[in-house]
Design a binder for this molecule. Structure first.
Ligand code: SF4
Length: 381
């Protein structure tokens, strides 16, 4: 079985202890009930039938906040996953964690179940900012959570950070970066704030009272991120992702190279070949459908070759390695230049793109203006 034939599993746990001011993901402020666990188990059993011929090399618990699950609940889910899917012994098994949940006992309990990578939502070192964005933890809690993860035996620890937050100065972000690179972590994802509709920040932004960094400050933050992280051994491998050598996220890479993954849980998305499916949000709806043996309400979208090609290029360019010309040819039976000659030439001239014998990738400048470059690929097919 080739790498791309292996399946990724994504389990969406749509519960949070409280809502953050910026978050547009589907989640509710509750803890998961046994009814939810039973429904999730049913979905795992039901869908596994279609994948009995495939091995899984990644499992990812995302949310929401998967660490609202008790170790007992997680054990139930993991046991069923292991019985119904062929999860490889060296699979990357990640769980997103809220720093507040990561005491030593919890970390050790989770580790004992086969989770071998944690992704901790740290966001910032500045307590004022954390409070402002609605996070419940402090920088001290985050550091303690990482310490507990290490003590429990985790050797693959990722953290999330945020920039361009309201009230965040260039110096705040620099301090966070310098602080973070000295933590015992292997991976970092750095996200710029995006104002999502329906969030508290969107409401404040609409009212014109959200003090966002200026363009100049944002540019400074971007440059600091690109300079400081690699200097401390965190190499950028995707537009928002940095890793120490050998610690790129295998699961996230599946998204960027269009490998198949199966999503389980309310609002979870799957990609199998050209088909994208999304379970509709709604915990009650989800539980009712599964526990009464009905179909799960879902949205199904079949991509045309053209749409998939655009996505292949757009996601390929998000990675520093860029688009593999060989992979493009293998997938679509034609040279990438046949389809994108004009765009490639234009972006190379503008110093946004570079080309080698095997790859086409964004330059430093291109990465900074990623959306512009992506659009060229989307509009030109
Ligand atoms: S950012 Fe994370 S913890 Fe906050 S509301 Fe969204 S999913 Fe929940």
């Amino acid at each position: 079985m080739t790498e791309s034939e292996k399946l990724g599993l994504y389990i969406h746990i749509p519960f949070c202890r409280s809502r953050c001011a910026y978050c547009g993901f589907y989640s509710i402020e509750q803890v998961p009930s046994q009814k939810f666990i039973d429904a999730l188990i049913r979905e795992i059993q039901r869908k596994s039938k279609f994948f009995s011929h495939r091995s899984c090399d990644t499992v990812y618990f995302g949310g929401g906040t998967p660490s609202v699950l008790t170790v007992t609940q997680l054990n139930q889910i993991m046991s069923v996953l292991k019985s119904y899917f062929d999860i490889l012994s060296d699979a990357e098994v990640t769980m997103e964690m809220n720093p507040c949940d990561m005491n030593y006992d919890y970390a050790a309990g989770v580790k004992a179940l086969g989770i071998n990578r944690v992704s901790i939502g740290v966001q910032s070192k500045e307590n004022m900012l954390l409070k402002q964005i609605g996070r419940q933890h402090s920088a001290f809690d985050a550091k303690k959570a990482i310490k507990n993860a290490v003590k429990a035996g985790f050797t693959n620890i990722s953290i999330d950070l945020m920039c361009e937050l309201p009230g965040q100065t260039v110096e705040d972000f620099q301090n966070t970066l310098y602080w973070a690179v000295h933590l015992p972590i292997t991976h970092m994802s750095v996200y710029s704030l995006i104002i999502e509709e329906g969030t508290r920040f969107h409401y404040l932004d609409q009212k014109g009272i959200l003090a966002r960094p200026t363009e100049g400050e944002s540019w400074h933050m971007y440059q600091d991120m690109c300079k400081i992280l690699p200097h401390y051994g965190m190499e950028r491998y995707e537009i928002s992702s940095f890793a120490r050598k050998g610690y790129k996220s295998k699961h996230n890479t599946k998204y960027w190279v269009l490998d198949d993954y199966l999503g389980l849980g309310p609002a979870a998305c799957s990609r199998i070949g050209r088909e994208r499916r999304e379970n509709l949000p709604g915990v009650k709806l989800y539980e009712k459908a599964l526990l009464s043996d009905e179909a799960i309400p879902e949205k199904i979208e079949k991509l045309s070759e053209k749409e998939e090609m655009e996505e292949f290029c757009f996601l390929g360019l998000r990675q520093t390695v860029g688009i593999s010309k060989g992979a493009f040819k293998k997938r679509y039976g034609k040279d990438i230049h046949v389809v994108y000659e004009r765009v490639i030439k234009k972006l190379i001239q503008e110093n946004f793109l570079k080309e080698t014998d095997t790859h086409i990738y964004l330059t430093y400048q291109g990465m900074a203006h990623g959306n512009y470059a992506f659009e060229q690929f989307l509009l030109s097919v």
